[in-house]
Design a protein around this ligand. Structure first.
Ligand code: NAI
Ligand code: MG
Length: 479
């Protein structure tokens, strides 16, 4: 879909990528076949072609993964912080060396544009390992006057929207604090986690410190119900998050949950409008809108509404939807058939609820799963498209007149993960950052991530923080 531009295709080469046809489970530093012999397929959502067979871990496999993590904990937890740091630095450097391969695999398996996996996902994943490697020998300075020790074994379950990055968010702080882990990627995007297992092997980590097992929700449920882990860490849907919370309470385990969102992106009339329009685009169409902190509810001050809407539509018309491997592509493939169904359900619902839909003209590719960048106007607070997480490139626009009104509207959501504020006035920024119930508030920017800054939610967006020094607290026990 190239309405304004007639760019020649600029595809990233995939020839250097080394993928196996079949992947086993990475347990105790070895590649193991699943005990009940079950596999599932992972495919490229842009072409619907199979990429590899992935092991489905069952009860015995989950059990042996936790056994090996438990055993490895004995020596890993006694290693000095400086020694642990060396291993984590090594992982970071190998990810950097293989960054091109990682980026291509991430885009092939998950559908995101190569520009994003290359410039955002993979560099940030390496940065997280570098950052936490640096803390491994300085934990006592982070919590002065308190004696800290590792928690034990962590069970970590991650989603499909930022596969390698979420693995880094989970594994890096856990290792830095002296824990061992069993991590499960999401079923549509296992490949970069399995590549990470190869990196971990290459980095020479003692066997069992990191175990990577693959499977679907059934494997996840076995992990959370297992008696060994004393920490559960989850990123994904609020629905599954609630089940994990229950399992944690029943098992007396510590838990951090990073769940859904329905963030408000707020544009005041004194904002730099062109920059704000770019921020709206980045806020909702980045990664096909498969972003928990996506700015999916836009609030525009009435006096600039017409201008913002006109500029926004014009910018949407120029977005290139298509081949994730093409360096020109802005919006890639929807991660899975199921997710596309969910998004299409909301598109229908929005119109039924009386909102007006806008999508740019143009054809979508025939094969694969695609959704055009979409916006809805004439949206009411009570509409489900304004209340529920859609997790796709779909924006719901509302207007406001006063600052008190927009604060009330923005906070009218069961979620509380993030928000954006666009204004020329620092005082307004500070008033809003205080008033908005959101874990992260971006001012005159959106979707900016950095390993040094904590990330996490309020209300149904979960609890606990990942990233920064706060992210260490989630993996330490305090005497
Ligand atoms: P999900 O929450 O089911 O999947 C996330 C992870 O949890 C995957 O690794 C999955 O295998 C695992 N899992 C599933 N059921 C489990 C269980 N009972 N116990 C333990 N682990 C389990 O998310 P799904 O179904 O892929 O997407 C559904 C919706 O969730 C999306 O449409 C989106 O709205 C939301 N979502 C939000 C994410 C976020 O980062 N906030 C990420 C992924 C999905
Ligand atoms: Mg896939």
């Amino acid at each position: 879909m190239t309405k304004d531009w007639n760019l020649s295709a600029a595809p990233e080469s995939t020839s250097h990528v080394q993928l196996q046809q079949e992947y086993g489970l990475f347990i105790g530093g070895k590649w193991i076949k699943p005990s009940d012999g079950k596999y599932f397929e992972t495919s490229n959502p842009a072409t619907e072609k199979k990429l590899a067979s992935i092991a489905l871990a069952g009860r015995k496999d989950v059990d042996s993964a936790f056994k090996s993590a438990d055993k490895a904990f004995e020596s890993w937890s006694k290693l000095s912080g400086a020694e642990r740091g060396k291993y984590i630095f090594r992982i970071a450097r190998i990810i950097q060396e293989k960054s091109r391969e990682f980026a291509v695999i991430e885009s092939m398996d998950g559908g995101k544009p190569i520009r994003e996996s290359r410039d955002i996902d993979i560099p940030l994943a390496a940065a997280h390992f570098f950052y936490y490697a640096g803390w491994a020998d300085k934990l006592e300075y982070v919590f002065p006057g308190r004696k800290v020790r590792p928690m034990g074994v962590a069970a970590q379950i991650i989603p499909w929207n930022f596969p390698l990055l979420m693995a880094a968010w989970k594994i890096a702080p856990a290792l830095a604090c002296g824990n061992t882990v069993v991590l499960k990627p999401a079923e549509t995007t296992s490949l970069t986690a399995l590549k990470l297992a190869e990196v971990i092997d290459e980095a020479g980590l003692p066997p069992g410190v990191v175990n990577i097992i693959t499977g679907d929700g059934s494997t996840g449920a076995l992990m959370t119900a297992h008696p060994t882990p004393n920490k559960l860490a989850f990123t994904g849907s609020t629905e599954v998050g609630k089940q994990i919370y229950k399992a944690a309470i029943q098992g007396g385990k510590k838990v951090t949950l990073e769940l859904g969102g329905k963030a408000a992106n707020i544009i005041f009339d004194d904002a730099p409008i062109d920059a704000a329009v770019e921020g709206i685009i980045n806020g909702i169409y980045f990664n096909q809108g498969h972003v928990c902190c996506a700015g999916s509810r836009l609030f525009v001050q009435e006096t600039v509404y017409a201008e913002v809407l006109a500029k926004l539509k014009r910018r949407m018309d120029s977005l290139i939807v298509g081949d994730p491997m093409d360096k020109n592509t802005d919006i890639g493939a929807i991660n899975s058939k199921e997710q596309l169904k969910t998004i299409e359900h909301y598109l229908k619902l929005g119109s039924e609820e009386g909102a007006d839909i806008y999508q740019p003209a143009g054809e979508l590719p025939k094969k694969g799963y695609w959704c055009k960048p979409t916006l809805f106007t004439n949206v009411a607070q009570s509409n489900r498209i304004a209340q529920e997480e859609i997790f796709g490139p779909v924006l719901a626009i509302q207007t406001f007149r006063t600052i008190d009104e927009v604060i009330e509207k923005a906070n009218n959501t069961p979620y509380g993960l993030s928000a954006g504020v666009w204004t020329d006035k620092g005082s307004k920024v500070f008033q809003l950052t205080k008033a908005l119930k959101a874990g992260v508030v971006w001012a005159n920017t959106y979707n900016k991530f950095d390993p040094t800054s904590p990330f996490g939610g309020f209300k149904e967006s979960g609890f606990g923080r990942e990233g920064g020094m706060h992210g260490l607290e989630a993996y330490l026990a305090f005497d």
